[in-house]
Design a protein around this ligand. Structure first.
Ligand SMILES: [Zn+2]
Length: 697
């Protein structure tokens, strides 16, 4: 400060306005530890006084202590400063060096431009700059660039060191629960047996059920909890036990650390904001695909599973996804459709979806992705029950040699799983007992006179005892080990049954999910194509071998209701010399059935004639036809009597007298009369009036 001389750049109009002193240190740690730097920055007030500003016009802006200058966002002090400069209230901005004001070029240039507009000086330890002067502007610009570059190099050096450590697997970050750092910084198994067992159980259950959700369900059904070891903070390394969520199980299954691999760069976070913009809460974090992991060291530390098993699990989890766009088959679900997830369209190759017909008892396979995505037509759809049965038959045929092995393995699995659960419970109870005992010992050890502490410890002891009691209660709720293990007698029985896998397959106790799971072990996919009368089923086995089947096509509802062509032909043959009522009676006599499986009626025959354009002789047209006419246009005696408004006996007399054109197929058989409009006009009797009805009214 002693070297300072009053600069000619400072004019009275500058001194009439404020001198703003900007004080900032990047991190709270610097604020706490590097007090010398802060003192130097506050000294700038003295400097402003020396330069001629009166004390009341010197303003120190220090809201931004502990904030990085990488961006103006979140720096209220800097924004206040820019506002003051913009309003023309500041004569000069003082800062220890340019980097204190801004480490981002965009913030810096904006400030310099506003300073130039409002004729504000920029003053640092080395000198006084007037942004309206070209050479000063150039220099200030250069200072800003250097300041940003400095930050960049700093970052590069830090990041470079970090990546170098990661390359060698020495960069330490939080190990997943179940693994811990030992005293030398190596990753080892968690010393807590219960934690190890719980993590191991997740992998074992997944191995058996191949579904993360099934693992969650299993934990929930058995009242088991999953541990999380806290990291950092006051409760560092504490264990929290809670029932695992689906996400928690997925996180465990996706974490390569459990397979003994050191991986750095599993996720990538990209900032969502431009420099200088208000940053969002978090950048967007994306999972990096395993093949793109930048640093992967298999066999870095002991693991719960092998690397092969890890990769298998990833493939399995990938297939379990249900998004229809990709090639995922989805985990086996409880629905009836046996081929859910493995069925493909034989026409276009897309995966087919399942829909349920009627009351949900009949599955139907549909290729509707074109329909649902592009509003196109559904490619093909077909009833699934016959197809399922055919595939199941083929599957059971293929399974025959392996039956015994499968059943033995299943028993071993049931037993192993039951024992694992039992062990997990033992460990849980042991821990609760230990914690209660520990709390008791702490309470006993404290000086009884120290009431404050004693009270707290007593409460803790009580809590632990209550926790232990709850655990024991939960433990009694779980299914007994003996119930979960299969006793030898039952084992023999089931084994005998297993000799005939088809019985087990069809047993009502066998779950549909189990059937699908079994199926997926052997079958990769099934391709369906609908032909005229059959459905071609192509089974691709896991071995890439193919089996082709043909299943007769189930008739569609409208096909089932459609009238038999034979019936139509018969109606056509009968139509010219019979009325509709007669045709219905004849068809019934001949044992024919209508499309809806019922007897024929006049209306049904009329419909068939109308539908198949079989000529009716009725002059009233099909809508008003009462069925008294034959196809050749002749009508019955009754119909003639109705039309001419006379008795039937009069009609018979007229026929005999030749006044009406009639034919008789057999003597004494029914007469068929041709009524022309002229005949009707000549012979029709006027309608008699109904006196009685009028009087009654
Ligand atoms: Zn298709």
């Amino acid at each position: 400060m002693t070297t300072l001389t009053i600069s000619p750049k400072i004019r009275p109009d500058h001194l009439d306005r404020l001198a703003l002193i900007y004080v900032r240190q990047s991190t709270p740690l610097q604020v706490r530890e590097h007090t010398g730097s802060a003192a130097r920055q506050y000294d700038l007030a003295g400097r402003a006084r020396d330069l001629g500003w009166p004390t009341e016009r010197i303003q120190v802006i220090d809201q931004d202590q502990g904030r990085s200058g990488a961006s103006s966002a979140g720096r209220d002090g800097f924004q206040h400063l820019v506002a003051q400069v913009g309003l023309g209230r500041a004569g000069a901005v003082l800062s220890l060096e340019a980097s204190r004001l801004a480490r981002s070029c965009s913030d810096w240039y904006r400030l310099i431009e506003i300073c130039a507009l409002t004729n504000t000086l920029v003053i640092d330890e080395d000198g006084v700059y007037d942004p309206t002067v070209y050479s000063d502007r150039l220099l200030l610009g250069f200072l800003g660039t250097m300041s940003e570059a400095e930050l960049h190099w700093l970052r590069c050096r830090l990041l470079g060191g970090k990546l170098e450590k990661a390359r060698e697997g020495r960069l330490r970050f939080r190990p997943p629960t179940g693994l811990v750092h030992d005293a030398e910084g190596r990753i080892v198994f968690d010393p807590d047996e219960q934690v190890r067992h719980a993590v191991g159980l997740v992998f074992d259950l997944f191995e058996q059920s191949t579904s993360a959700l099934a693992v969650v369900r299993h934990f929930a059904a058995n009242h088991l909890s999953c541990p999380t070891r806290l990291w950092g903070g006051a409760r560092h390394a504490h264990l929290v036990w809670e029932p695992p969520s689906h996400n928690r199980v997925l996180a465990i299954l996706h974490n390569p650390a459990y397979a003994g691999a050191y991986v750095y760069g599993r996720t990538k976070t990209r900032s969502q904001s431009l420099p200088g913009e208000e940053p969002r809460i978090k950048g967007r974090t994306r999972r990096v695909r395993p093949e793109d992991w930048p640093f992967l060291i298999p066999g870095h530390h002991p693991g719960y599973i092998t690397w092969d098993q890890f990769q298998r699990n990833q493939r399995r989890l990938d297939e379990n996804r249900t998004s229809p766009a990709e090639d995922h088959r989805g985990a086996p679900r409880e629905g009836l459709a046996l081929l859910q997830g493995i069925v493909r369209c034989g026409r276009c190759g897309r995966p087919m979806t399942v829909r349920f017909l009627k009351d949900g008892s009949i599955p139907s396979y549909e290729c509707n992705s074109v329909h649902s995505r592009y509003a196109g037509a559904t490619c093909q759809s077909m009833r699934g029950d016959e197809i399922d049965a055919a595939v199941a038959r083929a599957f059971l045929e293929a399974m025959r040699p392996a039956q015994l092995e499968v059943s033995m393995a299943a028993f071993d699995r049931i037993a192993a799983r039951a024992r694992q659960l039992e062990r997990q419970w033992e460990l849980t109870l042991e821990r609760a007992g230990y914690e209660a005992e520990l709390a008791r010992r702490r309470f006993v050890a404290v000086d009884p006179e120290n009431r404050l502490v004693a009270r707290t410890l007593e409460r803790e002891w009580n809590d632990r005892l209550a926790e232990l009691e709850r655990m024991e209660r939960d433990a009694t709720l779980r299914p007994r080990l003996a119930n979960r293990l299969v006793d030898p007698e039952e084992r023999r029985r089931v084994l005998a049954l297993a000799q005939d896998l088809s019985k087990v397959w069809h047993a009502p106790t066998t779950l549909q999910t189990d059937r699908k799971q079994l199926l997926s072990y052997l079958i990769k996919d099934v391709t369906l194509s609908r032909e005229d009368t059959t459905i071609r089923v192509a089974i691709r086995w896991q071995t890439e071998a193919c089996t082709a089947l043909e299943v007769p096509r189930a008739r569609r509802v409208y096909e089932m209701r459609r009238t038999d062509p034979m019936v139509v032909a018969r109606v056509r043959a009968l139509a010219s010399e019979h009325t509709d009522r007669q045709i219905a009676a004849l068809l019934d006599q001949e044992g024919l059935r209508s499309g809806t499986e019922g007897r024929f009626t006049t209306e049904k025959v009329q419909w068939i004639r109308y539908k198949h354009s079989i000529k009716s002789g009725c002059p009233d047209g099909p809508a008003a036809c009462r069925g008294g006419y034959r196809g050749d246009g002749r009508c019955s005696v009754q119909e003639a009597a109705r039309q001419l408004n006379v008795n039937i006996s009069t009609i018979a007399a007229w026929c005999r007298a030749g006044r009406l054109d009639s034919i008789q197929a057999v003597p004494h058989g029914p007469r068929w009369i041709r009524l022309t409009p002229e005949v009707i006009a000549e012979l029709r009797r006027p309608v008699r009036r109904h006196w009685s009805r009028r009087c009654g009214a």
